[in-house]
Structures are given as structure tokens and as C-alpha cells.
Design a protein. Structure first.
Length: 111
């Protein structure tokens, strides 16, 4: 419903991969440190790791001029992150649809 209402600004994994190739987009991982240790997006350097609970206190680590693609495990926290950032003036924020559990490209995994 949020997507249909224009509140959820999603980006497909194919679009996200193209943005990775261009190298200008910041991918913001809002999962916990333990979740990040289990699986991470591979082959991209411009990933910021800020757990959702710390985001409001760490906004200075992000630039309002950057395009930001938020992701988590299944989109819930990514969507929350989008709302937080837009609420404080970020204008180019999207959420990775399906997030890391449906990422069809290479991931770094630890077991």
C-alpha cells in the first residue's frame, strides 16, 4: 500500500546494480552488525553501515547531495530509514526492493 501511495520509493536490484557500476550512489545498510557479518553485498565500495537505531545520531556521516539506496534484510528497516532521511531533508532516497535476501548478484557470506 505504501508503494501504491507513493510513500515507498523502491529501486529494483537491476537498477541498483547499474547504479553500482556508475559508482556514485551510496548504499546504506541499516542492519545490525551481526546481520552484516553474515552476508554483505559484494563488489562495491560505497556502502555505509549505520544500524537503524543509530541513524538519527549519525546523520552527519551522510551527504544530503548523494543519492542513497537503503537496504536491510527484507525492506522494513530500509523503508523506515527512507522516512527518517526524507524527514530531515534528504531528497534522493530509495529502498532496495526485496533487499539483501533477494539480491540476485554476488554476496560475501560468512558462516
Amino acid at each position: 500500500m505504501n508503494k501504491l501511495a507513493g510513500k515507498f520509493k523502491g529501486i529494483s536490484s537491476l537498477e541498483a546494480k547499474e547504479k553500482m557500476k556508475a559508482g556514485k550512489t551510496v548504499f546504506l545498510d541499516v542492519r545490525s552488525p551481526d546481520e552484516c557479518k553474515q552476508i554483505r553485498l559484494a563488489d562495491y565500495e560505497n556502502i555505509a553501515y549505520i544500524p537503524l537505531g543509530q541513524l538519527r545520531n549519525r546523520l552527519a556521516e551522510l551527504s544530503r547531495n548523494d543519492e542513497i539506496v537503503a537496504f536491510c534484510k527484507i525492506s522494513l528497516r530500509g523503508y523506515e530509514e527512507e522516512g527518517i532521511l526524507e524527514g530531515v531533508g534528504f531528497q534522493n532516497v530509495k529502498v532496495l526492493e526485496g533487499d539483501i535476501v533477494s539480491w540476485p548478484f554476488a554476496c560475501d557470506k560468512n558462516k
